[in-house]
Ligand binder design. Sequence first.
Ligand SMILES: [Zn+2]
Length: 519
Amino acid sequence: MKPEVEIYDTTLRDGSQGEGINFSVADKLRIAERLDAFGIHYIEGGWPGSNPKDIEFFADAKRKKYKNARLAAFGSTRRKGVAVEQDDQVRLLIEAETPVVTIYGKTWLLHVKEVLRASPDENLVMISDTVRFLKDHGKYVIYDAEHCFDGYKGDPAYALATYQAAEKAGADIVVLCDTNGGCLPVEIRDITQAARAKLAVKLGIHTHDDIGFGVANALAGLEGGATHVQGTINGFGERTGNCNLTSVIPTLALKLKRRCVPESSLAKLRELSQYVDEIANLRHNPRQPWVGTAAFSHKGGTHVNAVQKVSQSYEHINPALVGNTRRVLISDLAGRSNIVLKAEELGFKLTNDTPELKSILVKIKEREHEGYEYEAAEGSLALLIRKILKHQEPPFLVQAYHVSMRSEGKASICEATIKVRVGSEIAHTVAEGDGPINALDSALRAALVKFYPQLETVRLTDYKVRILDSATGTASKTRVLIESGDGKEEWGTVGASGNIIEASLQALADSMEYRLMER
Ligand SMILES: [Zn+2]
């Protein structure tokens, strides 16, 4: 079905201009594949005229089959004083062999005169020459009107003349860009409306998030008559980033009820967002609207109590619609409802009337006072609940351990020995590692694998240390949070102690015990 609003993704071009974002050609190809599978309509792959990596991307991408998306190469209008067919940058756009070419041109007289140092008329010719040339080569041409809103505010008649130059030369879409990201939604709406009144061509909107209105401004553009939105996954982009498509897409579908990506894709939104962060080697932002882990998490006792009764009391949508889940946070703000819901989430049967509920709550508050934190350590929390509910012996006990470190020339070697008891048997192992925690992890694992071969697949995926009372320096309490995974599930565990190695061992031992836990 034809979309009412088209989505144009520029994660691989504008997004890769963000601080700390660096995609290899292989990364870009993987992301493009995902975007296509999700149902994004256009994928801007890069700017062949700006770097050889993007040329390589297009050379590889043209051998791929995209079933939903059309690939776009990005570039600019021809240079001043050079015939379009002689312009290398324009030639590279043709050589990228994409069905779509997007070029940007100047709208703002300040830029035309001071940056481009061209006459206003010459700029108009540069726009129409380039659009016509690309049309003559059979391309679907998207014209990005750079600084469109600032330009319009400076000289509305000239700004309109630039859009009309693109339209007359055959551009398929004219995209109004808030390049500096400083406009207000009402300005975006009004100027888009003014452009809509003068143009017949399809209009698009491209916004940046410099004052926190990237998404709001894109929606204002749609209200003004645009039907094509450009943005990036997770809002990657220069400075504070681009318009975030992981907010635009669900807002269109669920709030404005306008058809954009296939309905079945919406539930994969969070997965897509996480995937792109993973490829970019960034931690997924928990507070990201719609898709962050905190987007539907409840902490305050009264909120949790209400959500337990009627989920929509504190949730604007059902989190599953965008592939997210409700999370109940356990902290010293927790009430009974938090524990009941959390226990349910972790696979325990518990009600508000379970007699052990009170002891669980007391224990959690006591441990949090000692420096433990369970919000990101569901594994340790599950063990705590289980211990109180089931009164069972733990599957193993660490009876003793020793860690040492010596330095030899430039190398430092850490060694750990550990004594573990399982039932009536004792295992005593020794291991070396890159650091004390790594050595301890290896020694513990080696001891336990003899009894529990299923622990072979458990891997430590993240390790975080927090000093709890910085005023006392090294003598202060340390909290260690670790994340582990076995390829199927991921879980967090926590340890706290005045000694970092002790705190780490607690978290490591919890991680193994959680994997062995039967519910
Ligand atoms: Zn941009």
